[in-house]
Design a protein around this ligand. Structure first.
Ligand code: TYM
Length: 350
């Protein structure tokens, strides 16, 4: 082989991907279609880190017993959904101390005004008594910036609602780089074309959310039984137009949401989706088909989930492999941050 051919054959380095998900409430279809499915589909092409963000979850009160269960349950869901430990490092955030350390270091370069302007914080602050709200809730996006920047992530695949937080991570990275010299890769948010904002089935004007997953009819949970999924979809709010087409009209957002879910799961184009329903007799037919595609997508995940939850020791072993890889990357990075800032590292030469 001559040299130029050998040179061309050299594979391009894979893009580093990091994303996270909170172990608070039951994982729902929006989490899956907006984030997890994309992580799984692209794990072969990327260098992957996925973090179960338990430190983010405790920014609001949690029952300790429930939190421990939800954390392992979420890990089982991620593996069951198809994250392969040979290709993706899946780990629990609190197992990797550099996350909390990076948060503190970044706190000291992040103006409070940036945090007070975050939409998610403003929404929460509106509904909560400030005297009871934790400081963690305001600081939440800085912890998230640390999650991303510690891994020099090129890409952060998230649903639409997290885009602003990833943009803040970019701002924090740029500010740190300006103050202390080039330290961080400035990450890009990657938002899926379809599925980035799955709406509540009971109220298509608000996004589907883990926090409301217990409310009857709001969400399809990833490990719901087929009968339950059928019931939830049958109950989904629609409209009185009786027309099965994609539309921007807010009054028709219920049907639009159902079509959107069908589109992401089947991987069809909008035109193909509308064709599938050209001879449908009404919303009953639409709901039946949407229910069926969801059930066939989720059934294998549910079965694998049950097997994984039967062997917690194995699940914990997989998580500790992920944590070891995460520490190998984030440990040196947090030391680099400290060094740049002027902290004396333990064992440093004089
Ligand atoms: P979380 O746990 O709320 O959600 C996990 C992922 O699911 C996406 N998502 C949705 N996508 C479409 N439609 C919906 N209705 C819907 N609901 C949720 C979210 O956008 C997210 O991608 N702060 C993050 C967790 C986090 C993180 C990170 C993410 C912590 N550190 C570092 C990326 C990188 C959160 O609360 O996601």
């Amino acid at each position: 082989m001559n040299q130029s051919v050998a040179h061309e054959a050299k594979p391009k380095p894979r893009k580093r991907v990091l994303s996270g998900i909170q172990p608070s409430g039951d994982v729902q279809l929006g989490n899956y279609l907006g984030a997890i499915k994309g992580w799984v589909d692209r794990q072969d092409e990327k260098d992957n880190f996925f973090c179960i963000v338990d430190l983010h979850a405790i920014t609001v009160p949690q029952d300790p017993h429930e939190l421990r269960h939800q954390t392992r349950s979420l890990a089982a869901i991620l593996f069951a959904a198809g994250l392969d430990p040979a290709k993706s490092n899946v780990f629990i955030q609190s197992h990797v101390p550099p996350h909390a350390e990076a948060c503190w270091l970044l706190n000291c370069v992040t103006p409070i005004g940036w945090l007070e302007r975050m939409t998610q914080f403003k929404d929460k602050a509106r509904n909560e008594n400030r005297e009871r709200m934790s400081t963690g809730l305001l600081d939440y996006p800085v912890l998230m910036a640390g999650d991303i920047l510690l891994y020099s992530a090129d890409e952060v695949p998230v649903g639409e609602d997290q885009k602003q937080h990833v943009e803040l991570a970019r701002d924090i990275a740029e500010r740190f780089n300006r103050l202390f010299g080039d330290t961080f890769v400035v990450p890009e948010p990657v938002i899926p074309e379809a599925g980035a904002r799955v709406m509540g089935l009971d109220d298509p004007s608000r996004k589907m959310s883990k926090s409301f997953a217990d409310i009857r009819g709001h969400a399809v949970r990833l490990i719901d039984e087929p009968k339950e999924i059928e019931r939830t979809i049958n109950r989904a709010v629609t409209d009185s137009y009786n027309e099965i087409r994609f539309s921007d009209d807010p009054e028709r957002s219920g049907v639009n949401n159902l079509l959107g879910i069908y589109k992401v799961i089947t991987g069809k184009t909008a035109e193909e989706v509308e064709n599938d329903f050209a001879s449908a007799r009404g919303y009953g037919d639409l709901k039946r088909s949407v229910g069926e595609v969801i059930i066939s997508e989720l059934a294998p995940i549910r079965a694998r989930y049950a097997r994984l939850m039967d062997d917690i020791a194995e699940l914990d072993r997989l998580l500790s492999l992920g944590a070891a890889q995460a520490i190998a990357v984030s440990g040196p990075k947090v030391d680099e941050m400290k060094e740049r800032i002027g902290l004396v590292l333990q064992g440093d030469e004089l």
